[in-house]
Design a protein around this ligand. Structure first.
Ligand code: GDP
Length: 301
């Protein structure tokens, strides 16, 4: 078994490569739920849905959000009748979210996702990090913001001073998944808002210390490939570089993949992590995704 820790953009790109190489039954994906919330009456678990759509080949992989070729009839009608939505939810995507909201009431989030994954023909196991609702606040120079307000309404523009989130209980199977894995891959996801919430769950860090853990740096040079990761890292006093990423995961990390553009940082990263792989980590096409996935799989002892 290989377990992957995922957010909703960088790691799903890697999953597109991994799913071509690894037997789907041998893949478990633990997904961040920190940003989950209700919008227009439906439960939105953006990272989980991105992973569900990625694994079922439905993902809109230009936006890394929603379903490809989706329509927006409901969204547009809601706007017309004065009920505008912060999130642009497509019609097919909304159906997924309505189903999840209903299933959750009956069974909780983990089981709801399991049922949805099965209906989408996904053979890999997708586990939300928690069944509990969490709360995240971005502390900025214009005040305390909800995550989606920061990201969408304010387009990640405000200066970030701090990131705070509530503690939640891990979903049942997470620790066992990590313990029973040949390796745990931390994809190139936002270390602060996607991976840190998973690491903060009781028992996860201890389980990772016993596992073989490989991370891919989402930072190349001194910036994130996309999104506000560098802003969040800077606010928390973490060096925005592959060296900073290595330090952030230092207590359990065995192996890190850094980008070819960071070749000059290899020696410094190597002082923090035993094994450092330098390669192209920009996944802008399927070949690049498969290559990176293959390098990672081949590096597992
Ligand atoms: P979110 O949930 O949408 O914030 O997405 P993630 O946390 O999964 O991923 C965001 C991170 O992915 C950002 O920090 C990016 O730097 C990183 N990322 C996106 N695409 C790539 C890529 O092709 N290569 C690498 N190395 N990182 C990437």
């Amino acid at each position: 078994m290989i377990t992957v820790l995922s957010g909703g953009t960088g790691t799903p790109k890697l999953l597109q490569g991994l799913k071509e190489l690894v037997n789907p039954e041998d893949l478990t994906i633990i997904v961040n739920t920190l940003e989950n919330d209700y919008f227009s009456g439906v439960y939105v678990s953006a990272d989980i849905d991105t992973v569900l759509y990625t694994m079922s080949d439905m993902i809109n992989d230009e936006l890394w959000y929603g379903v490809k070729n989706d329509t927006f009839i409901t969204h547009e009608r809601l706007e017309e009748i004065g009920c505008s939505e912060l999130l642009r939810i497509g019609d097919i995507d909304r159906a997924t979210k309505i189903q999840k909201t209903q299933l959750m009431k009956k069974y909780g989030l983990t089981k709801a996702v399991e049922i949805q994954a099965e209906k989408m023909g996904i053979k890999s196991k997708i586990i939300p990090m928690s069944d509990e609702n969490s709360d995240i606040k971005i502390i900025t120079d214009i005040g305390e913001l909800e995550f989606h307000d920061f990201l969408i309404k304010h387009q990640s523009q405000p200066e970030v001073l701090d990131v705070k989130f509530s503690k939640v209980k891990p979903a049942d199977d997470i620790i066992d998944a990590i313990k029973n894995s040949r390796a745990v891959i931390i994809g190139p996801s936002n270390p602060i808002t996607s991976i840190s919430p998973i690491l903060s769950l009781d028992g996860v860090r201890d389980a990772l210390k016993e596992a073989y853990v490989i991370a891919v740096s989402p930072i190349i040079g001194n910036d994130s490939v996309s999104g506000p990761a560098s802003k969040f890292m800077r606010a928390l006093g973490i060096d925005v570089s592959s060296v900073g990423v290595a330090s952030f995961y230092e207590d359990f990390l065995d192996n890190i993949v850094i980008d070819i553009k960071d070749e000059d940082k290899k020696i410094e990263v190597n002082q923090i992590v035993n094994k450092v792989i330098v390669t192209n980590t920009i996944m802008n096409n399927l070949d690049a995704k498969k290559n990176l996935a293959e390098i990672i799989i081949n590096s597992i002892p």
